[in-house]
Design a protein around this ligand. Structure first.
Ligand code: SAH
Ligand code: DHB
Ligand code: MG
Length: 225
């Protein structure tokens, strides 16, 4: 959908920062390659953003993490690496094939024992987590179908504890948040989520714009009051 290609300078700097500072381990690099080999779309978070997720999990002392949108498990591995050994992560993925690739990547990365992959439409999996009386989550990462972003935010508030961290990927979408006609399928969902982040009585939020290998985009961060 992106109109503009990421600028070469952004990518070169991102590669430099990844090499100099971020240091994704071998299992993370293999997870990216596994997705390419399986013909999956290359839409995982960039390594510097994945490392941010890991550090935020660590900094917040999270022990229960919820992810919506697994793909090949790249962001999942990063967050699981930020959890203590007895920490747990539930990740929701619609496509069984993606879940299979993710399962083998998570096991190969040595974090498989921390991760429960729920296959199916995330809205159903989230309702099931509530019905099961799942322990409240400390950290929620939303990165699936953008049309449902507002619904996922509502679920994050329902399933997260007060003080929990909520992160929403793809919050700027090449500027389509100001020009929804650029992407009539996804932009309205993202705009709705931004409006909710700015107005929800239980959320206190900001958005950081990003540029790099994934183009011009952003990370929304919120805390549940
Ligand atoms: N978080 C991943 C990238 C996720 S890409 C990473 O950074 O590594 C988005 C994923 O959401 C895809 O795997 C897609 O199949 C999944 N998805 C799309 N719609 C969904 C839905 N309704 N329920 C659950 N998963 C969905
Ligand atoms: C797409 C989805 C993502 O979650 C992302 O980070 C980048 C791109 C996409 O569907 O194009
Ligand atoms: Mg994303």
């Amino acid at each position: 959908m992106f109109e503009h290609k990421p600028q070469p300078g952004w990518i070169a700097v991102e590669e430099y920062l990844t090499e100099a500072v971020v240091h994704p381990n071998g299992s993370l690099q293999r997870a990216v390659q596994s997705a390419v080999d399986a013909g999956m779309p290359p839409i995982e978070v960039a390594p510097n953003a994945g490392k941010l997720l890991k550090l935020l999990v660590q900094m917040s002392g999270a022990r229960r993490v919820l992810e919506i949108g697994t793909l090949a498990g790249f962001s999942t591995i990063w967050m699981a690496q930020g959890l203590p050994d007895d920490g747990r992560l539930v990740t929701c993925e619609y496509l069984p094939k993606h879940a299979d690739v993710a399962r083998s990547n998570l096991d190969a990365a040595g974090v498989g024992h921390k991760v429960d992959i729920r296959i199916g439409a995330a809205l159903d999996s989230l309702a099931a987590l509530e019905a099961e009386g799942h322990e409240p989550f400390d950290f929620v990462f939303i990165d699936a179908d953008k049309e449902n972003d507002s619904r996922y935010l509502d679920w994050a508030v329902r399933l997260g504890r007060p003080g929990a961290t909520v992160i929403l990927d793809n919050a700027v979408w090449e500027g389509a948040v100001l020009e929804p006609s650029l992407d009539p399928v996804n932009a309205p969902g993202i705009i709705g989520a931004l409006e909710l982040l700015g107005s929800h009585p239980k959320l206190d939020a900001t958005v950081i714009q990003t540029v790099g290998s994934k183009g011009w985009d952003g990370f929304a961060l919120a805390v549940i009051r």
